[in-house]
Write a protein that binds this ligand. Structure first.
Ligand code: COA
Length: 177
């Protein structure tokens, strides 16, 4: 299956909201939050990963995933990263994380920060594989479950901002994960 990364648009919010609710349940952002995050560009950057758009492939999962960050300096923040349950384990999380790192480096940040639930093994493994290290713990941060939040950081270098993407006017990225 081909995958194409492109900027998130207002028109994507319904599909993103569906996937968000499916993945995050009661912790899901509201549609109003998505509108607000997109309105905050260029201080934020959000992308969606689409399936099969190039060759007209038909798929049950048109929206493979999405990711976004706050392009703050010196510390940029991962706001979200998510892959459709039917598409997980296929390298899309890595692709989205590559894009987040690249965007943070291009914005001039010195490091990229994120928070993750201590019980989210898949996300933690992805972050560690992409060079994040734990720097602190927020005890019982996620309520009502009382699960800790791990704060993780990845230092950035100019090399992280070397685009893996196509030139202007083309999709943000186009690659097999
Ligand atoms: C976390 C998430 C984005 C990973 O996306 P993905 O497309 O499944 O990840 P990838 O296929 O690119 O895998 C990348 C790495 O993540 C880790 N990983 C992915 N799924 C895993 C799992 N089920 N268990 C353990 N590690 C896992 C592995 O280290 C993997 O590298 P490997 O393939 O070399 O072993 C995805 O599981 C997801 O959307 N989860 C629900 C939403 C969420 O929790 N978001 C993060 C909030 S902080």
């Amino acid at each position: 299956m081909t995958a194409r990364l492109r900027p998130m648009r207002w028109q994507d919010i319904d599909a993103v909201d569906d996937l968000e609710r499916r993945l995050f349940g009661t912790d899901a952002w509201s549609p109003a939050s998505w509108w607000s995050e997109l309105a905050a560009r260029p201080h934020t950057a959000y992308a969606v990963l689409e399936a099969g758009a190039d060759r007209g492939e038909v798929t049950d999962v048109p929206l493979l995933g999405y990711a976004g960050l706050a392009r703050s300096r010196p510390l940029a923040d991962v706001m979200t990263i998510a892959v459709h349950p039917q598409a997980q384990g296929g390298g899309h999380g890595r692709q989205l994380m590559r894009w987040l790192i690249e965007q943070a480096a291009l914005a001039g940040a010195e490091a990229l920060m994120l928070e993750v639930r201590a019980d989210n093994a898949a996300a933690r493994a992805l972050y560690e594989a992409k060079g994040f290290g734990q720097i602190s713990v927020r005890r019982r941060y996620y309520q009502p479950d009382g699960v800790d939040a791990l704060v993780m950081r990845r230092r950035l270098t100019p090399a992280d901002g070397v685009p893996t993407t196509r030139p202007a006017a083309a999709p943000l990225a186009q690659a097999a994960p």
